[in-house]
Design a protein around this ligand. Structure first.
Ligand code: GLC
Ligand code: GLC
Length: 629
């Protein structure tokens, strides 16, 4: 294309922008447009610049931004100028919770009634598992979306969602919803039209007439759900074509090679923003671009696409944050995280290496991994979690494993045996997820409590062991509540819910062991001695301490090498006062560990003071503030 950026900008002003001059808020919009347009143009050129109709497509993108901004202004559903998402300030006060609407509260309306419970926990942002329309039967837990704009009747209506958002806003709670951008369900209107032979919509997906075409991609691809089916393609009888389906065969991958898909998905994204969503969770972003001869994960174009979405959001509704759910190699995860792409990211590496340390009682892999990967650029934050609705995969870097003296392949095998309870002496009761008979790969399902030993100990062990399991749970919580980033609690785990095996009786769930940790949950028992209450009370106390400690704001993190293979340590420095610091010591073994510090220090959790020698009990965690109290 032979135009300069200036020429293109001029054309966009004349053909699009100037038509919107009379709209309220236009001048601010225009300023943001001028700021972000060059970046947006570069990204869109990279993706679609070869097309002869590129400038028309670009006009369409800009026109969509203008009209979406206009709509957001009129409806007052969202005022971009005033939007402040607390999370972006990196505050220690932020604590998240994630849950399935039906399992936690019945319907959307029911969540309002559970706000006091969330308040009691100190929760300030929530991620509702998918709430939009899905086919009946198999839905991949809601991730097979049939309409991005209709709430599934099982949960309520759009009106209920808007009411809920108002209720959340009144209580200072931000909302995360999924932006499922890699695929739609095969029942989505676009897929239905494609099946009826509509070429426009067939171009929304990756369709192939011939087996030989898919054979050019297949050898390089990983099987995500190998227990369910082999390969990444599904033959559709009606169309007599193969469809690209990375996940389940009823989840059709969208084709972002087609700019119409990009523009349509922009509209779906703005629909969520218009409803009042504060943070969009980019579901499985790694897969959204494909190229022959590659694994079709984390391709550079994936980042270009997300950056384009971000520029569009910065222009139209600044303040809306993106959360990356790229559960991939740590070198790849970090590429998604920047203020130009996703400000927030899940931290699967911390999650996986915490479980690794719990199994081995050794912290070397955790320490090496965090030394290399814990720091993030300014304005970006980890979402730290121990469990979520998905499985646990051992996504640590082989390099860090070798460095920690571990053979990565063998070690992953050991971890799988440990967490499925096969390893002699294991405390864990997890289930295998998606065992790949060819590669030997396997991931783990199970609740926090069952994986940490509580299920086993409640049945066959003594009160002493039950206590140990509870201490393991609080140890993990103690780390995610003090590491840099925002903790995200998976509802049910706050009260020590054990695995629930009844999913096996439900034909829609029986094949997917992740349902063992997706269950109806209520409050912990009132009885102070019940394990659920003990976990809940200790957890809420930790959360309160986190919120009161300034060093837990911001992003500072310094990983320590304590010369003790069982104790993980790190420091957090107050960004406003660098003299104020908290050092965290976490003992991953059952035994007593001794650490020498230059005191005096005060443990915020036990409220003990220490001068030099610290004896950490088995599974104890300390949050040490300099000075004594
Ligand atoms: C994400 C979801 C997972 C789902 C997959 C496909 O990874 O967390 O539950 O199966 O995407 O949408
Ligand atoms: C794969 C994907 C991840 C997804 C998970 C679901 O690991 O990379 O995005 O959450 O499968 O099991």
């Amino acid at each position: 294309m032979n135009f300069t950026t200036e020429e293109i900008l001029k054309r966009m002003k004349e053909n699009v922008l100037n038509h919107h001059m009379d709209n309220e808020g236009y001048s601010d919009f225009r300023n943001r447009f001028l700021k972000y347009f060059p970046g947006l143009l570069t990204n869109l050129m990279d993706l679609y610049g070869e097309r002869t109709d590129f400038l028309y497509q670009l006009e369409d993108v800009i026109e969509t931004c203008c009209s979406m901004f206009h709509e957001l202004q009129i409806t007052q559903k969202q005022n971009p100028e005033e939007k402040t998402v607390g999370l972006s300030t990196g505050s220690r006060k932020e604590v998240g919770a994630v849950f399935y609407v039906d399992l936690f509260a019945g319907k959307l309306k029911g969540i309002q009634k559970r706000i006091p419970y969330l308040n009691e926990l100190g929760v300030t942002f929530i991620h509702l598992m998918p709430i939009f329309k899905t086919p009946s039967g198999l839905t991949d837990g809601g991730y097979a979306v049939s309409s991005y704009r209709e709430v599934d009747t099982r949960f309520g209506t759009m009106h209920d969602l808007k009411e809920l958002i108002q209720g959340l806003n009144r209580n200072g709670i931000n909302l995360i919803l999924d932006f499922v951008l890699n695929h739609t369900s095969d029942q989505h209107e676009w897929a239905v039209k494609a099946k009826q032979g509509d070429i426009q919509y067939q171009n929304y997906y990756y369709l192939f007439d011939d087996q030989s075409e898919i054979d050019e991609y297949a050898p390089f691809l990983r099987d995500i759900f190998p227990e369910v089916r082999k390969g990444n393609f599904t033959f559709n009888e009606l169309m007599q074509k193969w469809v690209w389906t990375t996940f389940n065969s009823y989840q059709w991958d969208l084709n972002y090679n087609n700019p119409a898909v990009f523009i349509q998905m922009m509209k779906e994204m703005f629909f969520l923003v218009g409803a009042g969503v504060d943070i969009l969770r980019f579901d499985a972003p790694a897969f959204i671009w494909k190229r022959k001869g590659t694994g079709c994960e984390n391709l550079p174009e994936v980042h270009t696409l997300i950056r384009a979405f971000k520029s569009i959001m910065n222009i139209t509704a600044p303040g809306v944050l993106f959360l990356s759910e790229a559960i991939v190699h740590p070198d790849e995860i970090e590429k998604y995280i920047s203020v130009d792409e996703c400000e927030l990211s899940y931290n699967p590496l911390l999650m996986a290496t915490l479980w690794e340390s719990l199994a081995t009682r050794k912290v070397s892999l955790l320490q090496k991994s965090m030394e290399r990967y814990a720091s993030l650029p300014e304005g970006c934050y980890w979402i730290n979690y121990i469990r979520c609705h998905d499985d646990i995969g051992w996504t640590f870097s082989d390099h860090n494993a070798w460095d920690a003296g571990l053979d990565p392949g063998g070690h992953r095998k050991f971890l799988n045996e440990f967490y499925t309870g096969k390893f002699n002496g294991s405390f864990a009761k997890g289930l295998p997820f998606q065992e790949n008979m060819q590669t030997g790969d396997l991931r783990i399902s199970g609740t926090l409590a069952s994986l940490a030993g509580l299920e086993k100990d409640l049945t066959v062990e003594t009160e002493l062991e039950v206590n140990i399991a509870i201490n393991r749970i609080l140890l993990l919580y103690g780390v995610i509540l003090s590491m840099n980033g925002f903790p995200l609690l998976y509802m049910g785990d706050e009260a020590g819910y054990l695995n629930n095996y009844s999913y096996m009786d439900n034909p829609d769930h029986a094949e997917d062991s992740r349902w063992v940790h997706r269950q109806t949950t209520t409050c912990p028992k009132k009885n102070k001695n019940h394990y659920s209450r003990r976990i809940f009370d200790r957890l809420t106390k930790l959360i309160q301490i986190r919120k009161s400690c300034r060093s837990f704001s911001g992003n500072s993190i310094q990983i320590k090498n304590l010369q003790n293979s069982h104790v993980f340590g790190f420091s957090r420095i107050n960004m406003d006062n660098s003299d104020e610091k908290v050092t965290v010591l976490a003992n991953f073994s059952e035994g007593l560990q001794v650490i020498n510090v230059s005191g005096p220090v005060h443990d915020l959790i036990s409220e003990n003071n220490y001068n030099s020698r610290i004896e950490l009990k088995g599974y104890q965690i300390l949050w040490l503030k300099d000075g004594s109290n």
